[in-house]
Design a protein around this ligand. Structure first.
Ligand code: SP5
Ligand code: ZN
Length: 346
């Protein structure tokens, strides 16, 4: 399958993030994408192609225009106010404060347009995030044109980003942008399966009241795991979207038996919704060696994920989300895509 990749991801490079109250080396690094690219090329997964330029229109079908403008300007404003390094928020409105943005102060806007402290905006964040979304759109078009599957090597990732907020290393929601693009180019029903360790709160929120995009996610139980505030099993959709959201939270420490049982449940439910296309939010932070996650999948399990997905026999757009064990990330992603392409030979 084709691999859509842009070197523009490298422009987004935060050196540090705040985690557990300390400034630590960032987990979401350019090396992640380079490791994936080189593993996919070594494994002969397919041709590497650049993204097409879709401009801003398909992004503004998902994200708030004020948020998009803010992302474009935030780091310039940060630097212009005499600050160094990456722009990081430090204040957010509490429940009894208005959520309407009334301040033009940079720190007010940084809090308004984010939900965590761990998603720094650097000089190149906007360029990289836009290229990442264009990779997703290009992969969607490749599949729409008749190829059975494509892989968008998105970086930065997207599934935590909502209509008007960043978070969880995510700025633009690549999976949602691709899903909306498929909807507007004639696919009546689209399913998104999110296999990243973390719940894709942004993707869920964007489609929560819609019946045309089904969202299913297998993830660490938000009772103890990031993003904490969304991803519980009783969130099943609202209004027209009732019954069109499936959360399968699993306890910390879950391994292949529990995880693959949840995958079968997700795939059965997706099949019952009879979508015309599948988008896979592919995080490999389910790996036992992941530094920030707590599932126990081994490298040998990733081809089996690909095999299970292939059994759906749907046009499939794979998009990269998380995965922070850089030494293993390439072989784990190559495993999923290889298993999908050669389901009987793995
Ligand atoms: C796309 C994606 O995978 N985003 C994940 C964002 C997670 N950010 C917060 C992680 C908090 C983890 N704390 C455990 C640290 C162990 N050293
Ligand atoms: Zn993740």
């Amino acid at each position: 399958m084709k691999i859509v990749y842009s070197p523009r991801h490298r422009a987004h490079h935060a050196r540090q993030e705040i985690n557990r109250g300390e400034l630590v080396p960032a987990h979401e690094t350019p090396e992640r994408a380079e490791a994936i690219l080189s593993a996919l090329q070594s494994a002969g997964v397919g041709l590497v192609v650049p993204p097409e330029d879709f401009g801003l229109d398909p992004i503004l079908r998902v994200h708030d225009a004020g948020y998009v403008s803010f992302l474009q300007e935030a780091h310039v404003r940060w630097t212009a106010s005499g600050r160094s390094g990456a722009a990081i928020p430090m204040a957010w409105p509490a429940r009894d404060m208005p959520r309407v943005l009334r301040s033009t102060a940079l720190d007010a806007q940084l809090g308004h347009y984010s939900f965590d402290i761990g998603t720094p905006i650097t000089a190149g964040t906007w360029d990289a995030a836009l290229a990442s979304a264009h990779c997703a759109l290009t992969a969607a078009d490749i599949v729409r044109s008749g190829e059975p599957a494509a892989f968008a090597l998105c970086r930065p990732p997207g599934h935590h980003a909502g209509h008007d907020y960043s978070g969880g290393y995510c700025y633009l929601n690549n999976a949602a942008i691709a899903a909306q693009h498929l909807r507007e180019s004639g696919q009546e029903r689209v399913a998104i399966l999110d296999v990243d360790y973390h719940h894709g709160n942004g993707t869920q929120a964007l489609f929560y009241n819609r019946a045309d995009v089904f969202y299913a996610s297998i993830h660490g139980d938000p009772a103890s795991e990031y993003p904490y505030y969304l991803g519980h099993a009783d969130e099943t959709g609202r209004d027209a979207g009732a019954g069109h959201n499936l959360n399968l939270p699993l306890p910390v420490g879950s391994g292949w038996p529990e995880w693959s049982a949840a995958l079968d449940t997700a795939l059965d439910t997706i099949a019952a919704h009879a979508p015309q296309a599948l988008i896979v939010s592919l995080g490999v932070d389910t790996f036992a060696g992941d530094p920030i996650s707590k599932f126990r999948l081994e490298t040998a399990h990733f081809p089996q994920i690909g095999q299970h997905l292939a059994a759906l026999e749907l046009p499939t757009v794979f998009l990269m989300e998380g995965g922070y064990a850089v030494a293993a990330i390439g072989r784990n992603v190559a495993g999923v895509l290889g298993g999908f392409q050669q389901p009987d030979r793995q």
